[in-house]
Design a protein around this ligand. Structure first.
Ligand code: AMP
Length: 397
């Protein structure tokens, strides 16, 4: 069985074609600048790469070009569209309307459009545009939606509720939903397999640290709490997002700067985080380079990030009543020994003992970076959200 995984952004589409017998990626690529002049598709297959510099005014045109690339004489990996058995789509927010991956029907599309667009206005509309484009271009092919929020659906009420009037939660669905669920699900399951334990036996904190970062408490294989909230703005400070902040402080800044409420939210999402603290960059490579050259604000941004992550790990150990394993994943989690060391520093009292040389060794594989005998195992596990989407899609069709 071959599953096409589609991850749609407002002006981009990332895709992978995965052979489910081997779980290997047989083709992948990215369409950029959809609807904007200068659009292009970079496609890989058969060990080669081809760049299509073609006008893509809509997601439908982009999907058509992807299908053409999959059948290309040089980089193509299929000869007919019928060789694709199903399409799995990443959808960021499900609200309380879907708690698991779902086969797309007209009713599902209507619910997505009418109920979830306002929950994720930047992400869910392009995903639905893409689903519709695939339905047009590949009529009759099963389409599945896989939600970033599903893994967090097991959170208990006490973890997902905010301290607002209960009627407002009921009326508007305002609560913690969490994000990066497919990643947290994948790496927590891989961690259990790596340790040779059943997920039910383990209390794990998974740290998905990338441009967007979230930390999740996984007890017995189930999410019991997560740092992102109603939107991805909450939790630890990120590349350009503030993370948790006193709302009244924002009202104060907005008054001083003459910002509207919408402008203040954009400011919190785009101007804050490590980029705002350092004044240099949202990229951790630049921050580390800056700190090494003596830039105090780069150093402060790194210190704040590590400190906030450490606090979440400590609080989740308390929430679960124990901790067996910490997992690092995503761009920063997989590639930045400095940050992993900074986060684990001071957690020795919990039984976390990082091995300096293992932490600093470069590898793209799942690995342990704690010392032999560390009571809490610290692992680096490369995430694979596309594989989770493909697996859930295959399971449903
Ligand atoms: P992501 O959102 O998961 O793609 O992560 C993006 C962030 O990961 C970038 O902003 C960088 O700060 C960080 N990152 C990615 N690759 C590396 C690397 N090789 N070394 C250090 N940091 C990296």
């Amino acid at each position: 069985m071959k599953v096409l995984v589609v991850n749609a952004g407002s002006s981009s589409i990332k895709y992978q074609l995965i052979d489910m017998e081997t779980e290997k990626v047989i083709a992948k690529g990215t369409c950029e600048r959809i609807g904007i002049p200068g659009s292009k598709l970079t496609a890989k297959g058969n060990g080669c790469q081809k760049v299509y510099e073609e006008d893509m005014p809509t997601h439908k045109v982009a999907i058509e070009l992807v299908l053409e690339a999959l059948r290309d004489e040089g980089i193509g990996v299929i000869s007919h569209m019928d060789e694709i058995d199903a399409v799995g789509h990443r959808v960021v927010a499900s609200g309380e309307y879907f708690s698991k991956s779902t086969l797309v029907t007209p009713e599902v599309l209507t619910t997505l459009e009418e109920k979830t667009f306002e929950l994720a206005p930047l992400h869910n509309p392009p995903a639905v545009t893409c689903i519709k484009a695939c339905m047009e271009v590949m009529p009759g092919k099963p389409e599945v939606v896989v939600f970033d929020t599903s893994f967090h659906a097991t959170m208990p009420e006490k973890a997902y509720m905010y301290g607002i009037p209960y009627e407002d939660y009921k009326a508007y669905g305002v609560r913690r939903y969490g994000f990066h669920g497919t990643s947290h699900k994948y790496v927590s399951a891989e961690a259990a397999a790596f340790l040779g334990k059943a997920p039910e036996e383990l209390k794990i904190v998974t740290c998905h640290l990338g441009n967007g970062s979230s930390i999740t408490a996984v007890d017995g294989g189930k999410c019991v709490d997560t740092s992102m909230g109603f939107t991805p703005l909450a939790g630890v400070m990120m590349g350009t997002r503030s993370g948790d902040i006193d709302v009244s402080a924002i009202q104060f800044i907005a008054e001083k700067k003459g910002m509207s409420f919408d402008e203040a939210v954009t400011y919190l999402n785009k101007k804050c985080g490590v980029a705002g603290i350092s004044g240099v960059s949202s990229d951790f490579r630049d921050l580390i380079a800056g700190a090494n050259e003596g830039n105090k604000r780069c150093q402060l941004a790194l210190d704040m990030f590590c400190y906030q992550c450490r606090k979440y790990i400590g609080s989740y150990a308390a929430a679960m009543g124990g901790l067996d394993c910490i997992v690092f994943t995503a761009g920063i989690g997989e590639n930045t020994p400095y940050v992993r060391a900074g986060i684990c520093e001071g957690l020795q009292f919990l039984g976390v003992h990082l091995c300096k040389s293992k932490n600093e060794a470069r590898s793209g594989d799942a690995r342990e970076i704690s010392v032999k005998g560390s009571r809490v195992k610290v692992l680096v596990i490369p995430t694979n959200e596309e594989l989770v989407i493909a697996r859930e899609t295959a399971a449903l069709v």
